[in-house]
Design a protein around this ligand. Sequence first.
Ligand code: AMP
Length: 335
Amino acid sequence: MRSGCSRSVENYEKMEQIGEGTYGQVFMARSNTTGEIVALKKVRMDNEKEGFPITAIREIKILKSLDHKNVIKLKEIVTSKAHALNQNKGSIYMVFEYMDHDLTGLADRPGMKFSEPQIKCYMKQLLTGLYYCHRNNILHRDIKGSNLLIDNNGILKLADFGLARSCASESSKTLTNRVITLWYRPPELLLGTQFYGPAVDMWSAGCIFAELLLGKPILPGKNELEQLDLMFKLCGSPVPVDWPEVELLPWASSFVGKKRFPRRVQDVFRRFSRSARSLVESFLTLNPTHRISARDALDSDYFWEEPIPCSPQDLPKYEPSHEFQTRKRRQVWLC
Ligand code: AMP
């Protein structure tokens, strides 16, 4: 990434909007000097009375510290000038390498069904990226399909570090539990913990794995209560024998020991191989201290037995597809 003074956004020609992030719009753009296609992510400043948003500062700081083939690369920051006449405050954009797809957009294509070697290839890359982040004490805290970007060489990269944070030397500090998109949020956060670590991302990775296998989201709750209900109906109700600390969690008393649901993971995933079922079980473990780490997941039989993962360049090439565009297209069809 360039350092020092930031360049102007006029170095890029905006082409079309490809995403709407929590913190701003994302555009496809072309560099006027090199012709390279990039993604411009506008930093949303609407609610900022006090200058540059802290969330964006955190995201930029974290992205600058990471350098891995399965993590999105921040190329530079560019700015647009303030216009005194129309009271335009000026904007700030993060410039990223352009990625053709996100996993949700790809999976939502009509008739799309991933083969086992393809699922293994995507999961291996997701876990390699997570292993790198966790080794560097970064929690992503918003792993979901639309934040897993894929280029036309089949390389998958973790993106949107807007909720990420460093967990080094912070083990005694409390963290917010209001992170991770509901369907991918682990039980400990839903039960109100403020002390957590990399296991939160591993739950989300497990939800994605299960979704790739079944072809649909596994825990599509409409609110936090329903999310816990769906989760316990699939993974069984938490019991202190398996998860002693659960009783100490802030909102546990409303759920633990009330209705008892049995665990149904083996049954729901019965048509998949023994090693696939075993990996789903290890990801979707309610007790975060027993949940599998990215490193151990990469070592699991699933990735080493036949059929082995295909290589990224052997994945099929698709027309660009982003969740935002798929959603927009669907809205047009519905009108
Ligand atoms: P984000 O706020 O980073 O989650 O971005 C919102 C959406 O914009 C993502 O789900 C992607 O569809 C799209 N997007 C973000 N970054 C890129 C990129 N580097 N290349 C292509 N599309 C992107």
